[in-house]
Each structure stands twice: as structure tokens, then as C-alpha cells.
Design a protein around this ligand. Structure first.
Ligand code: NAI
Length: 471
């Protein structure tokens, strides 16, 4: 029977309770949790422990963006009574600092694995088959047999068939997030293809660092699925800073010194010395031997249920590889759900209260339903929109930044169904709105929560108090 393999010499195999394939946030968190619970766990990572998030995604980009924030604040220094600015960003020093942070965190994860008694194999693992309800894997000629397998192989950048892409990769002027976070020079002219999370964060960074930046976005708005009013405000704010944004625009050709794109049926040429390709990512499912166990995939992702189970008993898929919601924090929670399921504890993923953030300046943070989504689904709602000027701290610390707090409540004004924020620190307090949604708190219960004063988070309270009492 295909996929049912007979092991020749069972004694040559190492038997484990759980094999984790991939050492990103989903993989290492799952391995750590299972190790803590006393399971015998092996984790294999072919690149660097910490995955894309820690090595070439979330963390390095936040390190760069923080340097950019200091630099761009210095441009408004006079407004705050400070002279001697602006400051100039030193790219080599910024990258060096970023590498130091990444190395420290990677060492931290390795220590966590040791403390959790997880065996880490820094090597490529392949699934080689399944027999007697167990999964077989091979790592550097050593066979492993696992009662459970958690697949956490992540995602890779989508490379669309745009003319000139291969040449750009070969010659090094075409970047993905990985190279963009390691550039030793500041591009004079950076063309960003794709105005989603990666595109906007990197456009913000390189613009603050001194590049002339244009974002080419296919849709009629930036920021992907974010609230449209907030997308428009963010666009205006980025344009005011000097970032050029072309909407409804499609990159057609990439050359060493220019990009040709189409917008409203017209062809434009824009100069460039580097091009960042940020048009999305896709699950990493190839070359792992998944076909040897007939793992069910659809549209390039491993299909999972709300316990992160695949079609094969004992095999789970968490994080970007299941394509449900490609965010590191979702992978953490899926890791928790998968390990609980392995331990026969009831637990279920909920994907309707997942917060998301774009770390531009100002930040965008959202959770739950957008107005567009509610309209599309015919869901009646009550909208409260207020600027952050309601917060004293915002007024004290900000020099005229755009801001908006847009909250959607159920039509009976009892429950929060969506919260969309543009402004400082929003990445840090969107969780409050997530809890309101996740725990299905009533507006009256939300009103009982005491917010520290003065904080920017008080805009949430201000918005909630615009609703009348329901009891
Ligand atoms: P994305 O899916 O967020 O955005 C890609 C954008 O490219 C879309 O707006 C799309 O319309 C546009 N596009 C596609 N093809 C195009 C073309 N040929 N010409 C012009 N525009 C085109 O993908 P992104 O930014 O690459 O991010 C990848 C993943 O990483 C996402 O899942 C994202 O959520 C995640 N991520 C999350 C971050 C965060 O939470 N702060 C930060 C960075 C990435």
C-alpha cells in the first residue's frame, strides 16, 4: 500500500513521542510545550532556529524600524523643543545592531529547547513513510519513528512571473524580505512591488533611511484586508512623508535601473537601483516527503481542522504551512492547540479574534470584522469613529500624526465585532479589543475595565463610552 512502509530494521530507529518539523515560532513553541509536558520531543530545523520571524521577518524588521523611528522623530525635534537635529541613519550600524538582537534571541530559543529537554537537530528532515500508525522520518541517514508529527515548515515568498525577475535575483538588485533586512547600503531609489505588510514596513524604513521610495500596488488600496478608511489615512500619511504610492498598478518588467508598470491602461517607467518584491508568501510544502504519507493539500496548503489535525491521524500542521492565517502569533496559538490535542485535552482554534499589525509610522492594528466585510455579509453594525486626540498622552507626545479609532459594535450595541486603529502604540493595546471579542464581553462589562491614565489606549474607553448603557 502506498505510504505504508515496512521498516527493515526497527532497532536502528530512534522512537519519539513527537517530531516537530520546522523551528520557527510555531515549531519551537510546540516543541517547548510538549517537552514541558514530559513528551519525548525532537525538533528539526534545516536553516536557523527561530525561522523567518526571528531571523528574517518580524524581529529584524522591528529592529530596523525602531532605528528609523528615532531618526524620523528627530525630523520633528524642533517641535518638541529640541535643537541640533535631524539625525542621520548609519545603515551598517543598524544592520549590526539587528544581527546582535537576532543572535541573542536565537540563543534564547536554543536555551528554551534545552530547558524543555527538546532534542534539536540543525539539519534537514524528510518524511519517508508511515506504518502501524506511526510516522517515519529521516535526518542525515538516521531514521526516526514518531507517534505524532507537527509540521511547521512555514512559508516562502511568492515570486510572480514578472519579466526580468530571474536576472534581478541573479544580479542582486531584486530583494525579498530576507535581503531587504540585510542590505549594507541605502538604495537611492527603491521600488517596492506590493503594498501589503512587508512592502509598507520596508517602504517606511528605507524612506526614513533616506531612500526615494515608490510602492506599486495592484489593488485600489494599500494594506491588504485592513479597514479602508484607515488604509486611506495611512496612505495620505505616508505620502505626506514623501513615499510615492501607485494604486491599481501592476509591475510588468524589472530592469537593473528601472521598473515598468501599468496603471489605468497607461505604461509608466520608474527609476530604481533596488526592487523589493513583497507580493505575498505561500506555504512551504515541497521537498519534505509529504507525498509518502498521502498528506492532503489543497491550493498549495496543508488542510487542517480547528485542532490543527491533517487527514493523517497523528499528523498536525501549524503556522503558515496551513495557510489559514500567516502570522507568527497565530502559529503560537496553533502550537498550543496541537499540543493540547496530542495530550487529549479539548482545545479549538478560533480565527475570528486574531489581531494584526502593520508597523508603519503610524502603526495600524486591527482585530475582527471590517466595515467592508460587515457590509458584504449583510451584518448590521453600529460604528464609532474617534481620533486619538481624545487621549491626553497622544496629544502630549505627538506632533500632528494621523490617527483613528474605528470600532464596530453589533447593531444592538452590546458586543464589539471589530476594532481598527491607526496611531502610536496600537500594536501594544489592540489585545484589549481582541479580549473583548474573544471573550464576548458586553459593552457594559467593557465599561467596567479601568484603563491606566494617561495612555493612548484610553481611546478605546472613550469610544466605548459613546454608546449608551444597555442595562
Ligand atoms: P501581503 O499579502 O500582505 O501583500 C501583498 C500585496 O501585493 C497585496 O496587496 C497584493 O495586492 C499586492 N500584489 C500582488 N501582486 C502584485 C503585482 N504583481 N504588482 C503589484 N502589487 C501586487 O504580502 P506581504 O506583504 O508580502 O507579506 C507576506 C506575509 O507576511 C503576509 O501573510 C503578512 O501578513 C505577513 N507579514 C506580517 C507582518 C506583520 O504582522 N506586521 C509583517 C510582514 C509580513
Amino acid at each position: 500500500m502506498p505510504g505504508q512502509m515496512k521498516m527493515e530494521n526497527e532497532s536502528d530507529q530512534i522512537t519519539v513521542d513527537l517530531f516537530v518539523l520546522g523551528g520557527g515560532p510555531g515549531g519551537y513553541f510546540a516543541a517547548g510545550l510538549a517537552g514541558q509536558e514530559g513528551l519525548n520531543v525532537v525538533l528539526a530545523e534545516k536553516n536557523k532556529i527561530g525561522g523567518v520571524c526571528l531571523n528574517e521577518g518580524c524581529i529584524p524588521s522591528k529592529s530596523l524600524l525602531h532605528s528609523a523611528k528615532i531618526c524620523s522623530h528627530s525630523k520633528d525635534a524642533l517641535e518638541y523643543g529640541i535643537t541640533g537635529a535631524p539625525l542621520v541613519l548609519d545603515q551598517k550600524a543598524v544592520i549590526k545592531r539587528k544581527n546582535k538582537i537576532v543572535n541573542t534571541l536565537v540563543q534564547g530559543v536554543k536555551m528554551q529547547m534545552r530547558q524543555g529537554h527538546v532534542t534539536v537537530l540543525e539539519d534537514e528532515a524528510r518524511v519517508v513513510g508511515r506504518s502501524n500508525g506511526r510516522i517515519h522520518l529521516s535526518v542525515s541517514d538516521q531514521l526516526y519513528t514518531a507517534t505524532n508529527l507537527i509540521i511547521a515548515t512555514g512559508s516562502i515568498p511568492i515570486i510572480p512571473p514578472i519579466q526580468g525577475i530571474d536576472d534581478g535575483i541573479a544580479k542582486g538588485y531584486l530583494l525579498t524580505n530576507r535581503e531587504a533586512l540585510d542590505l549594507q547600503v541605502i538604495p537611492q531609489r527603491l521600488v517596492v512591488i506590493g503594498g501589503g505588510a512587508i512592502g509598507l514596513e520596508m517602504a517606511s524604513y528605507y524612506h526614513s533611511a533616506g531612500s526615494d521610495v515608490i510602492v506599486i500596488e495592484m489593488l485600489d488600496h494599500i494594506g491588504g484586508a485592513i479597514d479602508r478608511t484607515i488604509a486611506a489615512l495611512l496612505q495620505r500619511s505616508l505620502e505626506k512623508k514623501g513615499i510615492q504610492i501607485a494604486l491599481g498598478a501592476k509591475a510588468m518588467e524589472i530592469h537593473e535601473d528601472r521598473v515598468i508598470y501599468e496603471q489605468n491602461g497607461e505604461t509608466f517607467t520608474t527609476q530604481s537601483d533596488f526592487v523589493l518584491l513583497s507580493v505575498g508568501r505561500r506555504p512551504s510544502i515541497e521537498n519534505n516527503g509529504f507525498e509518502t504519507i498521502q498528506l492532503y493539500t489543497d491550493k498549495g496548503r496543508i488542510v487542517t481542522d480547528r485542532q490543527c489535525r491533517t487527514n493523517i491521524p497523528g499528523v498536525y500542521a501549524i503556522g503558515d504551512v496551513n495557510g489559514r492565517c500567516m502570522l507568527a502569533h497565530v502559529a503560537y496559538r496553533e502550537a498550543h492547540v496541537a499540543v493540547n490535542t496530542i495530550l487529549s485535552r479539548r482545545d479549538t482554534m478560533r480565527y475570528d479574534a486574531v489581531p494584526s499589525v502593520i508597523y508603519t509610522q503610524p502603526e495600524v492594528a486591527s482585530v475582527g470584522m471590517t466595515e467592508e466585510e460587515a457590509k458584504l455579509k449583510g451584518i448590521a453594525y453600529k460604528k464609532i469613529s474617534i481620533p486619538f486626540q481624545y487621549s491626553g498622552r497622544f496629544m502630549a507626545e505627538t506632533a500632528g500624526e494621523s490617527s483613528l479609532c474605528q470600532m464596530l459594535f453589533s447593531a444592538d450595541q452590546k458586543y464589539l465585532i471589530g476594532c481598527h486603529l491607526l496611531g502610536p502604540y496600537t500594536s501594544e493595546f489592540i489585545t484589549i479589543a481582541s479580549v473583548f471579542i474573544e471573550k464576548e464581553m458586553t459593552v457594559d462589562e467593557m465599561k467596567e475595565i479601568i484603563f491606566p491614565h494617561p495612555t493612548v489606549s484610553e481611546v478605546l474607553r472613550e469610544a466605548i463610552f459613546q454608546l449608551r448603557a444597555t442595562n
